[in-house]
Design a protein. Structure first.
Length: 321
């Protein structure tokens, strides 16, 4: 059964860049867990029933995206975290990296655009089934302040609002006060500690005559019983993830459309919750296409790279084949 799934997956992945095949598979297999996590977070149940004690100054520092990325890489890669962060920073701004970091960044780009066909071997096709995960170590990682922030704040914010928390925080400076208040209310309901962030304090105190009203609003948002604006339908998160995968794959120059995503879902159907598998079986391709188009705009992603970059990368692969 496992080998049949792998054979079908690599048949589906042929002609697609590695990043537009492996990532969608992982996301597809995780839809059930994402839905469960977000529902628990919405209801403040399970691991989110209580707010764990943590260094507040440290937690607030994660609202700077650079601090968050650096901390996650440190937790996942230990001493190598700093090297990983430098490569990440070089990907964003190639001019700031050393020659070695630029070479490593190029290697990552090449790997992401690499045709999946070139890694179609038995050993590579089943590597994720053969990983021995140390559950004790994983449990310790999940208890770290940065992973608590990722699970409680960053992931819910990303999936529900389509942006990371730092974007909502900076919206406090928006000249449109409707946007500023909406963004701050979402953050405060999601993470009560953020009321003590310097940017939020500055928003409250920015105009003396409005300060008492803004302080009252913060107290109201902190006391809200709901973390998110409203409950979502059971199929909502499937459509959200499909829209995200479609948008992300376009960044790699190979947009995944409704038929592609439906076919992949059929390949890994055993990993999908039964109600979502049934939902897909009952939707026409046109229905699914419309839903994906609506959700594609949900996420604030980086701009699409220059197409010539991908053509150059593909030419390198063709020449080396």
């Amino acid at each position: 059964m496992v080998q049949q799934v792998e054979d079908k997956f690599f048949e589906w992945a042929k002609g697609k860049p590695l990043a537009a095949s492996i990532l969608p598979r992982f996301a597809m297999e995780s839809i059930g867990q994402v839905r469960e996590l977000l529902e628990l977070r919405r209801c403040s149940q399970g691991p989110f029933a209580f707010e764990p004690a943590a260094n507040e100054q440290l937690m607030l520092s994660f609202y700077r995206r650079k601090s968050l990325v650096r901390a996650v890489l440190d937790v996942l890669f230990g001493e190598g975290g700093r090297v990983c962060y430098r490569i990440y920073a070089t990907l964003q701004s190639p001019n700031i990296g050393t020659d070695s970091e630029r070479q490593q960044s190029l290697w990552l780009i090449l790997l992401a655009c690499m045709p999946t066909d070139l890694v179609d071997t038995k050993e590579q096709s089943t590597w994720w089934q053969n990983q021995n995960i140390d559950e004790a170590m994983l449990d310790e990682i999940m208890k770290t302040p940065v992973m608590q922030y990722v699970l409680r704040v960053a992931i819910p914010c990303w999936f529900v609002y389509g942006v990371l928390p730092d974007k909502l925080l900076w919206d406090a400076f928006d000249e449109d006060q409707t946007i500023a208040e909406k963004s701050i209310s979402r953050l405060v309901r999601l993470d009560h500690r953020v009321v003590r962030h310097p940017i939020i304090r500055e928003w409250v105190e920015r105009e003396n005559r409005k300060s008492p009203c803004r302080a009252r609003k913060l107290r109201k948002w902190r006391q809200s019983k709901t973390v998110f604006d409203k409950p979502k339908s059971d199929s909502h998160w499937l459509k959200i993830i499909f829209g995200l995968l479609s948008s992300l794959s376009e960044l790699y120059g190979h947009r995944l459309k409704a038929p592609d995503l439906r076919e992949l879902a059929e390949v890994v159907e055993c990993e999908l919750p039964e109600d979502l598998a049934e939902y897909l079986r009952n939707r026409t391709t046109d229905d699914l296409s419309r839903e994906i188009r609506r959700k594609r705009a949900h996420f604030a992603l980086a701009p699409k790279p220059d197409r010539s970059e991908f053509e150059a990368v593909r030419a390198l692969w063709r020449d080396s084949a």
